[in-house]
Design a binder for this molecule. Structure first.
Ligand code: ATP
Ligand code: MG
Length: 199
């Protein structure tokens, strides 16, 4: 499903080396490690958003949900249907799912609001629905819980559990309760895999 071999990312003054790994299909994999250990770097490599050396083999459509999601200056609903539009999918076929996901994450009342005027937690929820609406095979969630309240974190767990039989999730989060609830396997970053040279 997703396999990494000899993965190495070189920034200007930092090099990050990742242990070989095979992520399991239709499971929730958690990437753990301290700040700066390379979690975001790994997710961006898996989704080919940055350059890397080595091999990343991905089977299927993959999408990355950023730690700081960027929404467009349109309604929450228009943001959510954007991936459907660019894939020329019939939006009418997704209305039920949009309703269902927005109910689970409790943002149904916000769908007609301008996305840029939403709170940070609300933006994250819109962005997560935008990431999953087109049924990608693999969804990478970078710290999805940061701005979410306890109830919302619980609602997100419910949604992920519901979807994990058809979507492979790879999640970065520092929220222990959230992870304990969802985690099928863990990929730990640590030790001496980050080499920094300070000029
Ligand atoms: N664009 C960049 N240019 C140079 N160095 C970078 C860049 N992005 C990340 N780094 C460096 O690579 C290392 C890993 O960063 P990364 O963002 O992957 O960490 P992280 O584990 O996601 O941290 P956090 O928990 O704070 O989100 C850090 O030392 C960081 O300074
Ligand atoms: Mg990060």
């Amino acid at each position: 499903m997703i396999e990494i071999n000899n993965l190495l990312v070189k920034y200007k003054t930092t090099e990050i080396k990742f242990d070989d790994y095979k992520f399991m299909k239709n499971k929730v994999s958690v990437i753990s490690g301290r700040n700066g250990s390379g979690k975001t770097t790994l997710l961006k490599s898996l989704s080919s958003l940055i350059e890397y050396e080595g091999n990343v083999s991905v089977n299927g459509e993959i999408t990355y949900n950023s730690q700081e999601p960027v929404l467009f200056n349109r309604t929450a609903y228009e943001n959510i249907i954007y991936p459907l539009i660019i894939r020329k999918l019939d939006v009418t076929l997704y209305q039920k799912t949009i309703k269902e996901y927005s109910e689970v994450l409790d943002i149904k009342h916000l769908l007609d609001k301008n996305a840029l005027k939403l709170s940070s937690g609300e933006k994250m929820k819109v962005s997560i629905i935008r990431s999953i609406i087109f049924n990608p095979d693999i969804v990478l969630l970078d710290e999805p819980t940061t701005h979410l309240d306890l109830e919302s974190i619980n609602e997100l767990s419910i949604l992920i559990k519901k979807l994990k039989n058809k979507i492979t999730f790879i999640i970065v989060s520092h929220n222990k309760t959230f992870l304990d609830e969802l985690k099928d396997e863990e990929y730990k970053l640590g030790g001496n895999h980050v080499y920094s040279e300070i000029n």
